[in-house]
Design a protein around this ligand. Structure first.
Ligand code: FAD
Length: 419
């Protein structure tokens, strides 16, 4: 029997899953179909660099189909809805795809319209996001025109993709304005709904210390209710205000809207309830979930998606073979944090272990939670690895799927005092 495997989404997770499955099964054993609504695969980590002129928008986009190995069927259409009871996907072009296994890899979408005023007056004029390509490109022009004043970076609420990216934006802005010789004319403020700079205590203290070192004011527990682009104010639900001349906002994220139209598949935000160890959906045993679409309690990051790939593909195989699933995904997350001036930090953690100092992957490796030029080179190299190792579904030598503990300092003495 030829297994029918349908993968929804041809981004990071869908592409690497399809390529891994294609290697696992001969064409006579499985028909693999990837569905995506467009043919532009954006290397999203570079969106951080576009506003500062450090990445060219044209060079971070490639055709989706070309990232898929021979023998994978690529269907270009939006998904309309999934019929869980009928084991079928209904596409917006009117066709239906029946499946034995469905992989949901449709990521997260930005919903600026869900915050009062955010996409109203001032949007794309003095209120921007760098979380999509049009926003990042427009922001590059706005930064060039910005000669001084209050620049505010705001996360409306979690979850968001790559939760360190807005912090990186602050660090790069400090560098950018220093290079332009106008740093003393710019006030930088980071406004977050969290009670610190980051979610996990040790990293939160280190990153708050770094913000302070770079003269970035930190405003915490700020739940943005309104963005008033006309008067230049963020207003929280408890009526606090932060004034700005230029705002860089990370909007609310939801899962893809079709998830909401697919009875039983998603939660109230259209993310898909997923077993955090096996990556099987809670809705139906034939459905597996990878990447930002899943509601698992780890970061929405390409590195996580890569680590999930190995366990997910093994579990698709086990499910089709009638074997018990592998429950070994540990939530491993690995993120470089650009800090400007050709330096970066690295954090590595999982469901149980918060980001700790030390070295990765062993005591001789890259420094953790500490600025270094080596980490910056690692961040730059990640782009090459993305196109040539992650997407083709290859393992990265020296970077294991399960979080390594060998180089970590389990009882750290902190560099920065509590903020
Ligand atoms: C600014 C920024 C910086 C980042 N930096 C980093 C970083 O440094 N390191 C890191 O590891 N990660 C980073 N990330 C996160 C990383 O890019 C994502 O976590 C990763 O791409 C998730 O992969 P995915 O497959 O879940 O989603 P995506 O790659 O977004 O793919 C989802 C796909 O689903 C398709 N789709 C959605 N709805 C439908 C529909 N109805 N019909 C058909 N197709 C549909 C979309 O077109 C898209 O191709 C960053 C993200 C951003 C925005």
């Amino acid at each position: 029997m030829v297994h029918r495997i349908v993968i929804l989404g041809g981004g990071t997770g869908g592409t690497l899953t399809a390529n891994r499955l294609r290697r696992l099964y001969a064409p006579a054993e499985a028909r693999i179909t990837v569905v995506d609504q467009d043919d532009r695969h954006v290397y999203q980590p570079a969106l951080l660099f576009v506003p500062f002129g450090l990445a060219d928008p044209d060079e971070i986009v490639r055709p989706r189909g070309r990232q898929l190995h021979a023998g994978i069927d690529y269907r270009r259409s939006a998904v309309d809805h999934v019929d869980l009871g009928g084991d079928a996907v209904h596409l917006a072009d009117g066709t239906t795809l029946a499946y034995d296994v469905l992989v949901v890899a449709t990521g997260a979408v930005l919903v600026p319209e869900e915050t009062d005023g955010l996409d109203g007056p001032g949007w794309m004029d003095k209120v921007f996001t760098f979380y999509d390509l049009p926003g990042a490109t427009a922001l590059a022009g706005a930064l060039q025109r910005f000669d001084g004043g209050r620049l505010v970076v705001n996360v409306v609420d979690m979850p968001i993709k790559c939760p360190v990216a807005p912090l990186e934006f602050c660090f790069l802005a400090d560098w950018y304005f220093t290079e332009r010789g106008i740093r003393d004319k710019v006030s930088l403020t980071y406004v977050t709904p969290l009670d610190g700079a980051f979610t996990k205590p040790v990293a939160s203290r280190e990153l708050a210390g770094l913000l302070a070192d770079k003269g970035v004011e930190l405003v915490t527990e700020f739940n943005t209710g309104t963005v008033d682009g006309a008067t230049g104010r963020l207003i929280s639900y408890d009526d606090r205000e932060v004034a700005f001349d230029l705002a860089v906002v990370v909007p609310l994220h939801n899962g893809a809207p079709y998830v909401g139209r697919s009875e039983g598949l998603g939660d109230e935000l259209n993310f898909v309830p997923t077993d955090e160890r096996t990556l099987q959906s809670k809705a139906n045993p034939k459905v597996f979930v990878i990447g930002d679409a899943a509601n698992v309690p780890t970061s929405k990051a390409g590195s996580v998606t890569h680590f999930e790939g190995e366990v997910l593909v093994e579990n698709v195989r086990r499910h089709l073979a009638g074997e018990p699933l592998d429950a070994s995904f540990d939530g491993h997350t690995n993120c470089f944090i650009e800090s400007g001036f050709h330096k970066a930090l690295l954090i590595d953690f999982n469901y149980e272990t918060e980001p700790l100092p030390g070295h990765f992957p062993t005591s001789l490796g890259l420094p953790l939670l500490k600025e270094s030029r080596l980490n910056h080179l690692g961040k730059l190299m990640f782009e090459w690895l993305y196109w040539h190792a992650l997407l083709p579904g290859r393992d990265i030598p020296g970077v294991p799927t399960a979080m390594p503990t060998a180089g970590k300092v389990l009882f750290p003495v902190l560099t920065h005092k509590e903020a």
